[in-house]
Design a protein around this ligand. Structure first.
Ligand code: NAD
Length: 321
């Protein structure tokens, strides 16, 4: 089997892991890494004995596909150039900072018949993948994504930085359009919102409450799903799910009978699964689980929420001062 030739553009905190995962795949040849910080590119390239360049355009003639792991504000320019060159693209999340940019990438990928996959890695979290078989009809969803401050990612709002993971997943889980959105978010350490609380109400009646914070002292990444006859609790970080299903009848204390099951997938790596899926799509010309269209859907909701939060801040100056 011919190896797929891959490159990684941007080898900072996350990109170095993309490079390592590709370098370890038997059906992939990592052709090189690119970073405007050439010393950094050389450092990561040396780990895998591949070439290092500071201008990503030098990689494009050598590869079938790339991972783009540069800061979000540069996603569009780099991805557009790669697609224009006829290279398949795995683009980290959030796919772009504007909808117009997302539209242009989706259109370009279609025009050039190139794969455009967006890096919503939680969809490849083994706990999320295992949860799918227990989903019937979510009635109420609660998502929490909370951790301490890290300047990486802080070039965009907390909704685009963190909450977009849960937005993407929830929009993929609930088979109904969103009817209404309420959002509150406030800046604390950056100029944009650092903590946000959002409520989505879907046309089928399902309600989702989402909280995201990048200024907390603790780390929590959890999803809870309530359904008519079951409850699912998912810990993204521990890669665990607990499923509690109601049974007929009552216990002696009057509580409904239930059966609880617990699954842990600590050994499965979500990034590796995501990148393997990308390589498979490149080889088989498959449709990505998280395509440009899905990436755009999550971005559209995130940008709408950001606008609601700006309005909230503008309208509640007195409360916030
Ligand atoms: P980072 O700052 O650690 O790394 C970015 C790297 O890109 C740096 O080394 C920088 O020198 C390089 N770079 C900048 N412009 C470039 C260009 N034009 N060409 C080549 N290299 C360039 O950032 P990070 O934390 O690795 O995040 C990168 C992207 O990954 C962001 O979009 C972020 O949102 C995303 N991300 C996604 C997840 C996830 O869970 N899917 C997690 C972390 C980061």
């Amino acid at each position: 089997m011919e190896k797929i030739k891959l490159g990684v553009i941007g080898v900072g905190h996350l990109g170095q892991h993309h490079a390592a995962k590709y370098a370890a795949m038997s059906d992939v040849e990592l052709m090189g890494v690119a970073d405007v910080n050439l010393a950094r590119a050389r450092e990561v390239a040396a780990r895998h004995q591949v070439r290092a360049v500071d201008d990503y355009r030098a990689l494009l003639p050598l590869v079938d596909a790339v991972s783009i792991v540069v800061p979000t504000r540069q996603h569009f320019a780099v991805a557009k150039a790669c697609l224009d060159h006829g290279v398949d693209v795995l683009l980290e999340k959030p796919m772009t900072v504007t909808l117009a940019e997302a539209d242009a990438l989706v259109a370009q990928a279609e025009l050039c018949n190139r794969i455009l996959q967006v890096g919503h890695v939680e969809r490849f979290n083994p706990a999320v993948m295992a949860m799918e078989q227990y989903l019937s009809n979510p009635v109420f969803i609660e998502a929490q994504r909370i951790h301490g401050f890290n300047p990486r990612g802080a070039d965009v709002d907390v909704v685009l930085d963190l909450m977009i993971h849960d937005l993407d997943l929830i929009l993929s889980l609930v088979p109904s359009p969103v009817k209404s959105v309420q959002a509150v978010g406030i800046p604390v350490v950056t100029d944009t919102s650092d903590i946000a609380s959002v409520r989505l109400v879907f046309e089928n009646g399902c309600t989702a409450n989402l909280t995201a914070s990048r200024i907390s002292k603790t780390t929590v990444r959890k999803l809870r799903i309530f359904q008519a006859k079951s409850y699912i609790s998912l810990d993204y970080g521990k890669k665990e799910i607990t499923v509690i299903e109601r049974r007929e009848g009552r216990e002696a204390d009057g509580m409904p009978k239930e059966a609880a099951r617990h699954f842990c997938f600590a050994d499965t790596d979500a990034l590796e699964t995501e990148l393997k899926a990308f390589v498979w799509n490149v080889r088989r010309r498959g449709t990505p689980k998280v395509s440009g269209v899905e990436g755009r859907r999550a971005l559209k909701m995130a940008l709408y929420i950001v606008e609601l939060m700006k309005n909230f801040v503008a309208e509640h100056q007195e409360l916030l001062s």
